[in-house]
Design a protein around this ligand. Structure first.
Ligand code: NAD
Length: 352
């Protein structure tokens, strides 16, 4: 296994990362990066993406941005954990069987070599089974299958969706009956969010690259299927991005009909100034790492050894109150909600 510690302070997203390591394993074909952003609050925890990036630099940029975001997310989620993230370069949707198992075992060894500085969990195109395989090689893993974990935990997506629901409830400040919500991406989080919103009486508009994913929401919840590029202009009260990052940008913000953006995707703002563009249009923005923290709270508590599931779920439900705190801080200081979240998070992880 070839391990190379990277030093790229020239990159705009480098941001004082504590450790960024490139791992290559010829035997399994593993090509991965582990980025540890900050460990002052505790070991860095963040999921692992298994994605066919167009280039190594694209993968590096993604992991750096995501690991930094985890420092902010974990701090605001009141977890004694720092921020980190990992990417495996490859098509995580199609690589399966013995080849996948080999990759996961090698990735587990790479995590083990970090000596507890980084704790891995699932993210895009990795799952509980993958974590279970890594657990055979390292203890620094969470989001495990039921037969491998002692306490609460497992698949984080339903808890992420729950945290989004709590955030929407707080932002709306009343019953959700008749509320119109557009959900972009009806995968693991988006589908459960649709389920919760439908139960609460909301009306749904959905889009996804994969038609099957939207058809399921139409059949199960009566959702209106919208072409991928038309979701931004859907006639709704809330736009909920649950697919990918950078979707709040110069092209999309002007066409939004929604008065609020609250969704699960990480790094939703293409650039920091897009928070101002949303505010200028009077659109309330629920900062992504505040509202989508339900999953990491769930697996973070699993890793930290929580035994009381009800207490963990209550911590997820607390996301609504955290969003309230952020919005009040923004209002009191005449800054955007994104700036308010950053300021509050920095105070938490720099204080210790
Ligand atoms: P997922 O891969 O299960 O689902 C994402 C869905 O988005 C897929 O169905 C995909 O086809 C669709 N999609 C991709 N590009 C699209 C586009 N341009 N338009 C519409 N749909 C598109 O992923 P997930 O676990 O549901 O996570 C969704 C987002 O939330 C990701 O950005 C992820 O990083 C973030 N997130 C997830 C969790 C979690 O617990 N799973 C936690 C925090 C943040």
């Amino acid at each position: 296994m070839k391990i190379q510690r990277l030093q790229r302070p020239d990159l705009p997203d480098w941001d004082h990362h504590e450790n960024v390591t490139h791992i290559q394993d010829a035997d399994s074909g593993l090509d991965a990066i582990i980025a540890v952003h900050h460990t002052r609050l505790g070991p860095s925890l963040g999921g692992c993406r298994f994605h066919a990036y167009p280039s190594f630099d694209a993968a590096l940029t993604d992991v750096l941005r995501l690991s930094r975001g985890m420092t902010y997310k974990n701090a605001m989620a009141n977890l004694a954990l720092g921020g980190g993230k990992a990417v495996i370069i490859g098509d995580g949707r199609t690589i399966g069987g013995a080849a996948r198992e080999k990759i996961m075992r090698a990735m587990g060894q790479a995590v083990q070599m970090m000596n507890g500085q980084y704790v891995i969990a699932e993210d895009m195109h990795t799952n509980e089974t993958d974590m279970g395989i890594m657990h055979g090689v390292t203890p620094f893993v969470c989001g495990l299958p039921a037969d491998q974990r002692k306490n609460v935990g497992g698949n984080p997506s339903p808890m992420t969706a729950r945290g989004i629901l709590r955030s929407i409830e707080i932002a709306v400040g009343g019953p959700l009956t008749g509320l119109k919500v557009a959900v972009q991406g009806t995968g693991s989080v988006g589908y459960v969010l649709c389920q919760l919103l439908h139960k609460a009486g909301a009306e749904l508009w959905v889009s996804d690259m994969h038609r099957d994913a939207t058809v399921r929401c139409r059949d199960d919840f009566g959702a209106v299927i919208v072409p991928v590029n038309d979701i931004y202009a859907a006639p709704v009260d809330i736009f909920s991005p649950c697919a990918m990052g950078a979707i709040l940008n110069d092209e999309t913000i002007p066409v939004l009909k929604a008065k609020m953006v609250i969704g699960a995707a990480n790094n939703q703002l293409a650039a920091a100034h897009h928070a101002d563009a949303l505010a200028a249009r009077g659109i309330l923005y629920g900062p992504d790492y505040i509202v989508n923290a339900g999953g990491v709270i769930f697996v973070g508590c699993e890793y930290l050894g929580a035994t009381d599931e009800a207490a963990v779920v209550a911590q997820v439900d607390h996301i609504g109150k955290t969003l309230c705190e952020v919005l009040n801080f923004a209002n009191d200081n005449s800054i955007t909600s994104a700036a308010a979240a950053d300021e509050l998070a920095q105070a938490r992880f720099s204080a210790k």
